[in-house]
Design a protein around this ligand. Structure first.
Ligand SMILES: [Zn+2]
Length: 695
């Protein structure tokens, strides 16, 4: 069933023929600097570019998508030396690693250019000569602050505390012979171009930055050669110079498709230049929107249609803000580690979805797990899985569109409008390269389908044989929605699209038919063995796998903290128990406990008041074989004189304690009544000699 305009849905069949071939689309990423393994922050761009390239192909463009590696310069020369290898062997290895990661991320580039490619090197030499002969390049001298051990020139603003930012040593003013490009010559033409081509620099905020900070204040000539290092493309007519950075790197965009400075450019070049899109990081937008177009003007070539400066993907700093990834900070996340844990498409989804259009995005293992669980496992995975399971359970895997809506015609209509309206929304977002927003639109479709399940409650329909046709219609609608969503997902998550379609046994819907309802083949049979698309994951488990050392350290610290806490608690309890035992007169004791107490008859030989105390008397008591000093709080009832010569009952083996600065060894027993009156316990017969045992 195809719903036509009468139902409020689009019918663009008439437009399909016109849209079939939209012409060429040449797009590039920046070339990656081959100084080491790229982290996910450097890998983001190729994934973003790939989503755009795949989408453009789906839209009907004849796309040529180029990426590659920037392989010259002093940093690479230094790194190679440090690694005990040649620069070429070094970049062969790193460029291989970069390409491996681009492939791992399932990116569909058509050309991977290396600036060490023979064709590129030859063309750079030709372009340099052409610009020189034209008078755009001239020989001068490069003045700067030079660090001799580092063999590097620095500008005043690059210095750190007035010293070399690399090694911290003193720098000295120095001059080096160098070639320069006359940037200022082309500045007025470039300003004109930028003003008359509003799409040239995107997002537009970056355009203002370029104009106000660089172009309008006046352009400096650019140094385009160096003699202080060797690892570069030699200037062919003055070979102590190598071509410096930007003239070598930026020109890859034309040499990669066969530009020839002598006018023998390839058909591929003639077809594809000017580029439709240079996708680059926001940090190098100046070089792409000022130097690059000026080089092209000098060569007499057309300027690219658009330079888009994307934001960065940062790692979570723990303070809720982003932090640039760097090895020295130890916060680097690599694409292959993420892929090992989550799979390629989940990583693609994350980086594409989490990158806002202009602001930097943030990645962390925790955020990755969160997205995996909420968007991929719950919203998408669950929808597909439930729908297939119900189709199998209620209809043996085969449903048809019966057209039965029951009393839910409006709900069905809303679902269809959302599903068939998604393409236009995605297209509008992609036109502005708002890739994250485009993905959000597709997930809105999946969410609508999930809501449809809640609204129609298929498990209730299944209970009534009379509602069987309605149930079939509901499941058919869900399968149709999933087919559209999966097709739209293709540029962003190509494998997931294939996995979903193979489970519902359907094909991708041709681009222009995505706006038409009911492409799902009626009475198709879905798989009877649905596979889980995305596994729910546990943050702790993931972290334990990816950073066991951190986890072990944390666990150890936690265990130590727990042990300390337990020890403190035990100590507290022991104290409490001791106190209780001391005060425990009212509780029963054993005979053995009692036998431990040694009570004897004592005779007070001397007694005096204790200074600094108005309660205590201190007595010297003969207990038979010795005399002991005992303090007693009885001054309110007995004077010191009263005490002398008295026979008293003494608990002898009490642990000695300090009272008011005096040792007290034992206790003279007294009786105390309810009102607090105290009398000494004395033997009924005072003739009992001191030292007699009481018991
Ligand atoms: Zn230095």
């Amino acid at each position: 069933m195809k719903v036509g305009p009468s139902t409020g849905l689009y019918d663009r069949e008439s437009e399909i023929l016109i849209m079939a071939n939209k012409g060429k689309f040449y797009m590039t990423t920046a070339i990656a600097y081959a100084s080491g393994k790229p982290h996910i922050g450097n890998t983001y761009e190729i994934v973003l570019a790939d989503a755009i390239a795949r989408y453009k192909r789906m839209e009907g463009y004849d796309v040529f998508f180029q990426t590659g590696t920037d392989e010259h310069g002093q940093k690479i020369e230094d790194k190679a030396t440090a690694a005990g290898t040649t620069p070429k062997a070094f970049v062969d290895q790193t460029a291989g690693e970069i390409k491996r990661i681009w492939d791992l991320m399932n990116t569909s580039y058509d050309k991977f250019i290396r600036t060490t490619d023979e064709y590129h090197e030859k063309q750079v030499q030709k372009m340099f000569r052409k610009m020189y002969e034209k008078g755009d390049i001239y020989k001068g001298s490069y003045k700067g602050l030079y660090c001799t051990p580092c063999e590097s020139f620095w500008t005043e603003s690059q210095l750190v505390d007035g010293k070399c930012p690399d090694c911290g040593r003193e720098v000295t003013p120095a001059e080096e012979e160098a070639y320069f490009f006359k940037m200022s010559k082309y500045a007025p033409r470039l300003i004109d171009h930028i003003n008359s081509h509003p799409k040239f620099i995107q997002p537009v905020s970056r355009k203002n930055e370029m104009m106000n900070n660089f172009l309008l204040p006046g352009l400096q000539d650019l140094c385009v050669s160096r003699t202080s290092f060797k690892w570069g493309i030699p200037v062919d007519f003055d070979d102590k110079h190598v071509v410096y950075v930007w003239l070598d790197a930026l020109t890859n965009y034309i040499t990669g498709i066969g530009y020839d400075a002598d006018g023998q450019s390839s058909d591929l070049y003639k077809k594809n230049w000017p580029a439709d899109l240079h996708l680059i990081g926001k940090d190098i937008i100046r070089f792409h929107t000022i130097y690059w177009p000026i080089f092209l003007m000098s060569l007499g070539e057309e300027l690219p249609e658009q330079v888009f400066g994307h934001p960065w993907l940062l790692t979570a700093s723990g303070k809720g803000e982003g932090d640039k990834m760097s090895k020295s900070k130890g916060n680097v996340i690599y694409a292959d580690d993420l892929v090992d844990m989550f799979g390629v498409d989940a990583v693609r989804y994350f980086v594409l979805h989490e990158m806002p259009f202009e602001n930097d995005g943030v990645i962390s293992w925790e955020l990755m797990v969160e997205r995996m669980n909420s968007d991929l496992a719950n919203t998408l995975g669950n929808l597909v899985n439930r729908t297939i399971a119900m189709t199998n359970k209620y209809f043996g895997g085969k449903v048809k569109n019966t057209g039965v809506t029951g009393d839910q015609a409006e709900i069905d209509q809303d679902l269809k409008l959302v599903v068939t309206g998604t393409l236009d929304k995605v297209a509008a977002r992609m036109k502005d390269l708002r890739v994250a927003d485009a993905l959000t639109e597709i997930f809105t479709l999946f969410k609508r389908c999930n809501k449809y399940i809640d609204e129609t409650e298929p498990w209730k329909l299944a209970k009534d044989e009379a509602l069987k046709d309605r149930l079939s219609e509901v499941l058919y609608n869900l399968l149709s929605g999933i087919q559209v969503g999966a097709t739209l997902l293709k540029p962003f998550m190509p494998e997931t699209c294939d996995r979903i379609l193979s489970q519902i046994r359907a094909e991708e819907i041709p681009f222009d038919e995505l706006v038409i309802w009911g492409n799902y083949p009626a009475e198709n049979t879905v798989t009877d063995k649905p596979e889980i698309l995305f596994m729910r994951m546990d943050v702790k488990e993931v972290l334990m796998k990816v950073m066991p050392e951190v986890f072990e350290a944390e666990a150890k610290a936690e265990a130590e903290k727990e042990a300390k806490k337990a020890a403190k608690k035990a100590e507290k309890e022991a104290k409490k128990a001791a106190k209780k035992a001391e005060a425990g007169a009212s509780s029963e004791i054993t005979y053995d406990d009692f036998a431990k107490c040694r009570f004897v008859v004592g005779e007070v030989l001397e007694c005096r008041e204790v200074e600094n105390s108005n309660k205590l008397l201190v007595s010297q008591v003969n207990v038979g074989d010795k005399t002991v000093q005992i303090c007693s709080g009885i001054r309110a009832w007995y004077s010191a004189a009263d005490m002398v010569g008295k026979k008293v009952m003494v608990l002898l083996n009490l642990k000695p304690r300090r009272m008011a600065g005096l040792d007290s060894c034992g206790m003279i027993l007294c009786a105390e009544d309810k009102d607090g009156n105290v009398v000494l316990m004395t033997p009924a017969d005072p003739s009992m000699p001191a030292g007699s045992e009481i018991g």
